[in-house]
Design a protein around this ligand. Sequence first.
Ligand SMILES: Nc1nc2c(c(=O)[nH]1)N[C@H]1C(S)=C(S)[C@@H](COP(=O)(O)O)O[C@H]1N2
Ligand SMILES: [Mo]
Length: 346
Amino acid sequence: MTTNPLPPNQQLVRGDRWPVVGERHPGDTESPWSLEICGCVIRPLIFSLDELLAMTQVTRRVDVHCVTRWSKPAMSFTGVLLNDLLQGTGGPIWTDEAKVVSFVARSERDHSTSMLLNEVLELNPIVAMTADGSPLSTEHGGPMRMVVPGKYFYKSVKWIRRIEFLKEERLGYWESEAGYHNGADPWREERYMAPTLTKQEAFRVIEARDFSGRDLRSINAAHRGLSHLNAREALLRHADFRSSNLQSANFRDANLSNANLQLADLRGACLANADLEGADFSGADLRGSDLRGASLFGASFYQPDDNDASSTFAIIDNTTQIDVASLDALVEQQKAFVLNAISSQS
Ligand SMILES: Nc1nc2c(c(=O)[nH]1)N[C@H]1C(S)=C(S)[C@@H](COP(=O)(O)O)O[C@H]1N2
Ligand SMILES: [Mo]
């Protein structure tokens, strides 16, 4: 069914699923919806939802790629092309000063993301009101959201309310809070910025074996002896724990989204309630570990395309504690592998 190849290290979502990522509700639901275009513009514009729906509607096929490694190819989105809104009848709306476009949501945290003006014009996003033939549901950004083709999906703001032209970059929510790469090109795997931690700082926390509550995004803790590590509530997105000894480590409530745990020894480790979206456990030993309540979208327990298959499967058996319900977040083959493995004897 898929025609396009997947970008590196992405996996197909199962069937017709569409995971909800990030915020689930818009902010104010009382006042009428509208889209404002402002900032470095010749004159500000405002479109009501009805006006948008009355304009020429365009349908585009878009391959959705989430930074947490799931992809949903060939979705169809219908709405108004941003270039049509911006160029209208009287030529471009922005002034010479404009370099960056910021997309702002009507949401509790005024969620936003931004892109270079050149890129926006080239990618030609849509202000979408419809997805796969139905009006957008609230949790997916209804009544209107941005859909930006060719970028990780965090560049596509749900509940769009304002498009602002800026002279300078203003980092968005995920880019500043989670360290997501501002480029967001899935083909170049621009998932994360370079680590913020210096080598010395990393060395110090690794020596102390206390990561609890700390922001250690993208830390390099590969090939380390870290048994009984205390990493409760630590921010460990994109951390590298390849081949480390993490026996009996405590990652309760930690954020290990997109962490590399290949070949790690996680026997007896606690990963309860952890965010494990996009985490890679291939070849890891998970016997006696506790993953109850963990979020597993995009997680993998083996590398399907590896030649040396025998060494890349996670070691899971009936001593591994995992909610069968949360396995639903996995893609087909990963789910089947884990289900089969947890029923085997230790
Ligand atoms: N307003 C708002 N828009 C947002 C987000 C968010 O948290 N708030 N998350 C982004 C991220 S990280 C992704 S992957 C997509 C998810 O869209 P979906 O929930 O419809 O799959 O929305 C993006 N747009
Ligand atoms: Mo995302």
